[in-house]
Design a protein around this ligand. Structure first.
Ligand SMILES: C[S@@+](CC[C@H](N)C(=O)[O-])C[C@H]1O[C@@H](n2cnc3c(N)ncnc32)[C@H](O)[C@@H]1O
Length: 285
């Protein structure tokens, strides 16, 4: 099995770990560790993989080292840093863009066109917004529809952490609370359509009386995902879709279990189509 060392414990590193190693369909190999220059990240874990100071490269055994950052200047300096730590040039690779994210963005763009052509009515929603990367794409794709955004905007809730400590521990320490409503709203092309529902899912569903055409579920955790399915499934327009992120990351998440438990409880079998991002499952209503 190929042993991979990552350099960069931020979003690109997490993306590589998700899609190239831990995904049940597109993954493979084994991640021996993640190097990071930031002292706050060293000693933490990203999805069960330890984060080390860069000097650890001297001790670890690996077949390739993958630099996971977007900025050219940082990539170059990290490349030099690895070389200075004795890593041979031919073992060093880069992971820049998130192809996985692009596929999800493509889904919502194409689906919005279909929804217009086929009169698939209803609002859009996302549960698990973080800094609004996908919410921005949903808002752009549906310029004339309401977009409900559900998040604590302060990271994972203590109730969920208590229930799923292993998952919560695997999420990058401190990452999920590095957001705010202002950060998210600043990304929106049509802010007048956005309805922020700040707080704990499922509590923030109270009083929402809508039919939905497009919903993204991306909360990483089993219990709020199950609660969201119970809320949205009966409110979906015929032809509407729910995109469930992290379905294929079975090592860390239990998203698939949430849907299967929903199906068992409701006695309803939902139509599922895998999205080719190695992570998501699309439910078609
Ligand atoms: C993986 S991030 C979402 C990423 C986002 N969809 C994007 O495109 O960048 C998960 C988010 O789910 C939120 N979350 C997790 N459990 C929640 C709950 N029970 N209620 C509300 N928000 C929750 C966290 O606060 C975090 O911002």
């Amino acid at each position: 099995m190929e042993k991979v060392l990552l350099f960069g414990a931020g979003l690109r590193g997490r993306d590589y770990l998700y899609t190239k190693i831990q995904s049940a369909v597109g993954g493979g190999g084994y991640c021996v560790g993640i190097l990071d220059n930031s002292p706050e990240k060293q000693g933490s874990e990203v999805h069960g993989v330890p984060v080390y100071p860069p000097e650890k490269a001297r001790e670890l055994e690996f077949d390739k080292a993958v630099i996971c950052v977007n900025e050219q200047s940082r990539r170059e300096s990290m490349f030099e840093q690895l070389k200075s730590l004795g890593v041979p040039e031919e073992k060093i690779q880069y992971h820049k863009q998130s192809d996985a994210d692009d596929k999800r963005y493509g889904l919502v763009q194409r689906f919005s066109r279909l929804a217009r052509e086929q009169n698939i009515s209803g609002a859009a929603a996302e549960c698990g917004v973080f800094r609004g990367a996908f919410a921005k794409e949903i808002n752009k794709a549906f310029p004339d529809r309401k977009l409900y955004l559900f998040d604590t905007f302060t990271g994972f809730d203590e109730r969920d952490i208590a229930r799923e400590p292993s998952v919560s521990k695997c999420i990058e320490a401190g990452l999920s609370n590095q957001t705010s409503i202002e950060t998210v709203m600043g990304k929106m092309k049509h802010p007048e359509n956005v309805i922020i529902k700040k707080g704990y899912v499922p509590e923030t569903f109270a009083g929402v009386d809508e039919v939905f055409a497009f919903v993204s579920l991306d909360m990483d955790l089993y219990a709020p995902t199950l609660a969201a399915l119970e809320f949205f499934a009966p409110r979906m327009s015929p032809g509407g879709v729910i995109c469930m992120h992290d379905w294929y990351n079975e090592i860390v998440f239990h998203i698939k279990d949430a849907l299967y438990d929903f199906e068992r409880r409701s006695g309803r079998r939902l139509n599922k189509i895998p999205l080719c991002d190695e992570l998501s499952m699309v439910l078609v209503f």
